[in-house]
Write a protein that binds this ligand. Structure first.
Ligand code: GTP
Ligand code: MG
Ligand code: ZN
Length: 353
């Protein structure tokens, strides 16, 4: 096979690079990760591979291990071994649940993050804002997809509520995940060479939509509980699939917890931050201070209490996580602060230490 043919083949799984590795190494994309190892796709076939030993070292940041969506260098063997991960174009991650700070990669090298929410009991604008905050730092474009329009109550008012709440320009689509004609409105996100990831609660209909876009039942789907529309965590691993359109789609398991990483900008709430700059007192606590622009906006109905509360919650969480992230990075540097340009004479570390 010529180099041009190999590159052409890799384009089918969304590779954008131009230089192939030498030394008998090959490139492939991670399409699934299981307890027993990885599944890779080289544009022609799927095969199993094991991570090289250095990926298994204790203390390694889990975000540095191969993740679904990654392009990896492999050496042939039985099974082939993953030697390294190519630089990621985009990364969607969240912080792991629990006390210890840890970033978890959800998907990499994606162009679009489709945030799927049911218009049934799953509908929750605050949760959509949380997802969009996480997407902000990923480098990928967020797309809100509302499923189950055939099941929801007050569908039109729910869509209108969301449109008013999210920044203008956020794409919002309503799609019946079981109907190919309805799912066709998403076609522009699955162009050849592009990659998208579907995220959302269990039962939102991610795998149903995936199957409809594939034109075949490759992913298992499961009914939701009737009293609260919750799913039963049918999908248990992330899977990258090639769509007939030429795009790649990553289906993911429904996420129970979605903690911010601390790296978010919260651009989604830029209007609130601008508003707060107009308070009479620079250190306004936005409570009962006179001349509080936030209280005025809440009173006038320009800002809804739910959105204000969600902003405060996400802002505090972001600060808390940013502090944890900074201390973890400091530990990794061996206790030294980030930069030390003017240390006192004599105590300055010598070069090379
Ligand atoms: N009526 C209707 N049902 C839908 C729609 N989309 C999904 N469903 C149903 O919702 C249920 C859950 O769908 P799944 O595709 O398994 O949900 P999921 O998001 O993949 O869930 P997890 O894998 O658990 O994260 C299934 O019974 C689907 O048939 C829709 O647009 N309309
Ligand atoms: Mg699923
Ligand atoms: Zn104020």
């Amino acid at each position: 096979m010529t180099e041009a043919q190999t590159i052409e083949r890799l384009r089918h799984v969304g590779w954008r690079g131009h230089d192939l590795p030498g030394d008998g190494r090959r490139l492939a994309r991670v399409v699934a990760q299981h307890r027993a190892g990885y599944e890779l796709h080289d544009g022609e076939q799927v095969f199993s591979a094991q991570p090289d030993g250095h990926f298994l070292k204790r203390g390694l940041d889990p975000a540095e291990r191969p993740a679904v969506g990654d392009f990896v260098e492999i050496v042939p063997g039985k099974p082939p071994h993953i030697l390294s991960v190519q630089p990621r174009r985009t990364v969607l991650s969240r912080a792991a649940a629990g006390e210890r700070y840890e970033r978890q990669v959800i998907a990499t090298n994606i162009d679009y993050v489709l945030v799927l929410t049911g218009l049934d009991g799953d509908f929750n604008p605050a949760r959509i804002e949380r997802y969009l905050s996480l997407v902000e730092g990923s480098g990928a474009q967020p797309v809100v997809v509302l499923s189950k329009p055939d099941l929801g109550e007050d569908v039109q008012s729910r869509i209108a509520e969301l449109q008013a709440r999210l920044p203008a320009g956020t794409p919002i689509h309503t799609v019946n995940g079981k109907d190919p004609a309805s799912a066709a409105v998403l076609a522009s996100y699955f162009k050849p060479g592009d990659s998208a990831v579907l995220v959302g609660s269990s039962g939102a209909g991610k795998s149903t939509l995936t199957n409809t876009l594939l034109g075949s039942e490759q992913m298992a789907t499961g009914a939701v509980r009737s009293h609260d529309s919750r799913g039963r965590h049918t999908t248990t691993y992330r899977a990258l699939l090639q769509l007939p359109s030429g795009g790649c789609l990553i289906d993911t398991p429904g996420m129970r917890e979605l903690k911010l990483t601390g790296e978010e900008n919260l651009d989604l709430f830029a209007d609130i931050e601008t508003l707060a700059e107009n308070c009479r007192f620079a250190d306004c606590g936005h409570g009962s201070e006179p001349g509080c622009a936030v209280q005025t906006a809440l009173h006038d109905g320009e800002l809804t209490p739910e959105r204000w509360r969600n902003y405060l919650k996400l802002r505090d969480e972001r600060e808390e996580q940013a502090t944890l992230l900074e201390s973890r990075l400091r530990r990794q540097r061996g206790g030294r602060p980030a930069a030390k340009p003017h240390g006192p004479r004599g105590s300055r570390e010598r070069e090379g230490w």
